[in-house]
Write a protein that binds this ligand. Structure first.
Ligand SMILES: C[S@@+](CC[C@H](N)C(=O)[O-])C[C@H]1O[C@@H](n2cnc3c(N)ncnc32)[C@H](O)[C@@H]1O
Length: 259
């Protein structure tokens, strides 16, 4: 539970949307959200973003740039949920490309495994349960590590970033797609209205759960701005850290290399 004596304690507390919660309580709350929405997750992504999440994910995969030929290339997509990014990496790469989806939520992974089988990708994309804060992979075992719309759900972001660094080989690249901060005058007010009114209503109508989608919107607002997040990536050991904002700041793509 959060500290009760006033200010949140950064060693024990974090945020679940706009609420201050104990670091140890947040993960269970996040897990409950994704267990509830897993079956409707992909449909909701399309509806909420008007299909834009596909464009953002394609930009991420272009940056991953898996080799087209036989050369072995191992990628992990952390918090990869129902496999969307992993399928895109597998389809962009050649015969040597393998992708592991690592997600903490069995319901999301279950949907992902079904989708992989439907696409004939079950030999290329594998699904593994695991926590971003303690990845079930050896040191220096992967060429790329991606996370899309996942990092803001993780209670200890610094611990997860250190894990991403640990599992990458020298020369490996970390790429993170995450909702960010809309600073364009006019667009920000529209985005606020859409976020706090339309998205929870859509969540209620389509996924039967407005609260889960209110969490989603609130968690986006609590996430650090691009420069602050880039500093966290650098602090984890990554070099040549950079970012670009997409769609007026709705989303940012951060990149860092293990050198
Ligand atoms: C918004 S979804 C993103 C799914 C997918 N990456 C996509 O872009 O469609 C967030 C995912 O993060 C996962 N997640 C939350 N906390 C996690 C953790 N500590 N470790 C690994 N995955 C986690 C959730 O289970 C969920 O599947």
């Amino acid at each position: 539970m959060p500290a009760t004596n006033g200010a949140p304690d950064p060693h024990r507390d974090t945020h679940f949307g706009f609420r201050t919660v104990g670091l140890d309580d947040k993960q269970a709350m996040v897990d409950e959200v994704f267990a509830k929405v897993a079956r409707r997750y992909d449909l909701m992504n399309d509806l909420m973003s008007g299909g834009l999440h596909r464009v953002w994910k394609d930009i991420l995969v272009t940056a991953v740039n898996p080799p087209k030929g036989e050369r072995p290339f191992a990628a992990i997509d952390v918090a990869g949920g129902t496999g969307d990014v992993a399928f895109r990496i597998a389809e962009a790469g050649g015969a040597g490309t393998r992708v592991t989806v690592c997600d903490i939520n069995e319901e999301m992974l279950g949907v992902g495994r079904e989708r992989a089988a439907q696409r004939g990708l079950d030999g290329v994309v594998t699904f593994m349960a695991g926590n971003a804060e303690s990845l079930p992979f050896p040191d220096r075992s992967h060429d790329a590590c991606t996370i899309a719309f996942g990092i803001r759900n993780v209670p200890r972001i610094d611990v997860a970033l250190a894990e991403f660094y640990r599992v990458l080989r020298p020369g490996g690249r970390f790429l993170c797609l995450e909702f960010s901060t809309v600073d364009v005058p006019g667009l920000d007010a529209l985005y606020d209205f859409y976020s706090f009114n339309v998205i929870p209503a859509l969540g209620r109508a389509v996924a039967g759960d407005a609260e889960a989608y209110r969490y989603l919107v609130e968690s986006i607002r609590r996430f650090p701005r691009p420069k602050a997040f880039a500093d966290m990536i650098t602090a984890a050991g990554f070099r040549r850290v950079s970012w670009r904002v997409l769609t007026g700041g709705v989303v940012a793509l951060h990149s860092g290399w293990r050198l």
